[in-house]
Design a protein. Sequence first.
Length: 291
Amino acid sequence: MQKSIIYKALIWNGTVSMAVLDTTALVNEAIRHHALTPVAAAALGRTMTATAYLCSWLKEEESSLSVTIAGNGPGGKICVAGDGRLFMRGFVEHPELDLPPRSDGKLDVGGFTGSEGTLTVIRDDGEGIPFVGTSALVSGEIAEDFSAYFLSSEQRPTGIALGVRIDTDCSCMAAGGLFLQPLPGAGEEVLDRIEEAMRGYGSISSLLATEGANGIFARFGLPVPQGREIFFRCHCSRERVENLILSLGKEEAEAILRDEGEVSVYCHYCNTTYRFGQEEIQALFKGENEA
């Protein structure tokens, strides 16, 4: 069974951190959960890939990070969250929206997302005050927008290539990304070298489809290092929803039952609805009273 993996290595005499991500399986899980159109899958897949890269730097498994892209395009918001275990989840506001391809035949991710708006990153390391960084969108194509975020919010110029290739049956053939980030103390010549190197990765998904991560590392004269698996995994569960309903209180839950005929809770991240009928609500609060 195919896995999504992130690989990291130091290149150019230890002056640059390189990360290669193959997120094909991750994007296919997102498509399965949300019934994404090709352009919606590309937009969400690119965002999930970049967010997984950010999560790979979290120091603790319990640390969390979220990304929200709020552009002026018809696709609406793109929201992705993950943690230090690389458990990722995400959704796009309008997964059903499709757009014609661009004039060059590529999926119109920029038109779907919009070129005006913001990219916001919230990182919680459990220290009490989450870090919040926001930057303006550059193009809505996602890779350029994350590059702008790294430069403006973290003062770290970063070369980024992201891609999602969708097959005719709307499944993901290949998805992933390449990140080149200079380490502290790297000079201008390193930044110029990164910029030059990134010109060869205009279609990272096609390269992953044909050569895989091996091909990318071979271009840098390196073997593929040990990688970390990335998972599509939501934090929601029926038990968590039960606790949420209990927090509402019996009176409020019964009021919802009278008005709606059931108590339902919807998780946007994995497109799951948890439904509770009258007998289940009664049993839930009976158990609380007995406890």
